[in-house]
Design a protein around this ligand. Sequence first.
Ligand code: OOG
Ligand code: NI
Length: 269
Amino acid sequence: MSTALSVTEFFAQLWKDYTQITPQAQVIHDLFKESDGTVINDHVAFRTFAGTPICLDNLEPIILSLGYERQDSYRFVSKSLRAHSFIHPDPEQPKIFCSELLVEELSDDVQAIIQRYTAQIQVQTLAPSVFWSGRHWEMPSWEDYQAVMAESEYGAWLLAIGVRVNHFTVSVNALTSVDSIEAVLTRVKAAGYAVNSVGGEVKGSPQALLEQGSTMADQEVFTFAGGNEQRIPTCFYEFAKRYADAEGVVYQGFVEANADKIFESTNAR
Ligand code: OOG
Ligand code: NI
C-alpha cells in the first residue's frame, strides 16, 4: 500500500538525518545487525517548542497523515514538558513519541531568549519533512544556550539542534543474540559507549511491562553565534524490551517514569 511505503520512506529519511549527527547509532546498529541479521525499531522521538508554529498540536496532524493514531498523553511537571505517543495500525511500523517544552512555565528572562529565536520560524504548510528540518532559527549564542540550559536542558538542546529525531530505539524483543536490556548495555559499553545511568541503567521493570536503556548522546563541536566553538550533546540510541500483561498482550505504550529519565540522555557529561 502506498501509505506503508511512504511511512517506510519517512523512516529512511529520519535514519539518514539522525545518523549524520549520531554516528554511534550506525556503529551500534551494525553490531547487532551482524549478530542478529535484522534490527527492528520500537520507536523514535521528537522534541519541539510549545506556542510556536511547530508546536505539538501542529505536528500531530502530520503524524496522523502518515497513518498513525494518538495512543496516550504524558506530562513531565519538573521538566515543563508534555508529550503524546502515536501508534501505527501496521505493527511493523515504529511508534512515535513527540514532546514539547512549555516555554511559558520558564522564567521571563529565559522565555524572552527562546522567543527571540522562535520568532524567526517561517513555516507555511507543514509536511513530513519538518521532522528532519533542524533549526528554524539562527544558531544561538553560547551565552543564550547556557542561560536556557540553567533552566531547561531540553530547551538548550532544542535551540541548538532543532527539530529532528533525537533517538531511534532498538526493539530488544526482536533480537535473538541477547534477551535483556542489561546484556544489550553490556555490549554497548564494551564497544566504548557511555550509558545513561540516571535512576539506574535499566529504566522500568517487567511489572511495568516496559524496560528501557539508552546511550548518552554523541557530542559534536558547534560554532555558536559570535564564533564560540563548543562541544555539545547531539542525539542518542535507545533499547526497549516489552512484556506481555496477564492476558498475554504485549504492552505497546510508554511509561512516564521511564521517559522522565530517558530525556536525560542528552545531558552534558
Ligand atoms: C524522549 C524521552 C522519552 C521514551 O522512550 O520514554 C522516550 C526524549 O528524550 O525526547 O523516548
Ligand atoms: Ni524513547
